[in-house]
Structures are given as C-alpha cells and as structure tokens.
Design a protein around this ligand. Sequence first.
Ligand SMILES: Cc1ncc(COP(=O)(O)O)c(C=O)c1O
Length: 139
Amino acid sequence: MATGMSLVLCMLTFKQDRPRAKYVLWPRIDQKSSFKSIITAGLEPIVIETKIVGDELKTDMPRLETQMAALGESVACVLTTTSCFAPRACDSIDSIAALCTQYNIPHLVNNAYGYVCNTAYILLFYNTLCLNRYFIILY
Ligand SMILES: Cc1ncc(COP(=O)(O)O)c(C=O)c1O
C-alpha cells in the first residue's frame, strides 16, 4: 500500500484509541503525501519547524517536547520521518521515542525507503523492543 495511505490508516486507528485526539505533531518534512495523510485522517498538523545544526536541519526537540507537554491527550501521535533529502536530517527517533513513552503519546515513524539506512533500522528495532507502548513503523 502507498505510504500516505498507510499513514492515514495508522492515524485513524490512533484516533479510535484516543477519542480526544485532534492534532499530529509533525517535525517538518517537505514531502506532500506525509502532510496530506494527516489532513485525510481528519487531524490537524502542528508543524514543528526544524533547527539548523551545522549544515543540517534537525528535529527541534525542546519545541517538540513543549507541544507534547501542552497538548497531551489531544495529540493523536508524533509523526516522524527517517528518509529525507539533504539538508533535512533523519528525525531523532530514539530521543523522540523516549519522549513519547514519557508523555504516553503514540509514535508513528514514516520509514519510507528507510530500510537503506542501517542506523535508522537499528534504532527502530531498539525502540520497538524497549521504549514505546504504541509504535508503528512503515517500510
Ligand atoms: C518521506 C516519504 N514519505 C512518503 C513517500 C511516498 O509516499 P506515497 O507512497 O504515499 O506516494 C516518500 C517518497 O518519496 C517519502 O520520501
């Protein structure tokens, strides 16, 4: 199934499980199907702008955590991305997974084409086994 369609189905499932959910926290990635999937699931994207670190655009962790703490149960999930075009770097999925566990918010990882990245792969399996109660990986 197409990545965007799979994302929609995952978010609809989270919505059923979290009746107060309205938002998706989405570290910005300029990829349309990812953005459209949030709208199609009837949710509102809260864009977490990336921050410049050296020559890369990375996840702004403090900004993300502020939103997680403020919005809590009204967040359907944090939607992260592993496969990105430079200068956008892979999201800090290990740290985000730890925050999702802390705030009890599902973590949905868009791993489209991410199987080519060994580091992301290892982190994903580590997260699946150790960190997250709700965790979905899309290949
Ligand atoms: C990050 C990311 N998400 C999703 C997709 C593809 O989505 P879809 O299969 O819905 O067209 C791509 C394809 O380039 C991608 O890079």
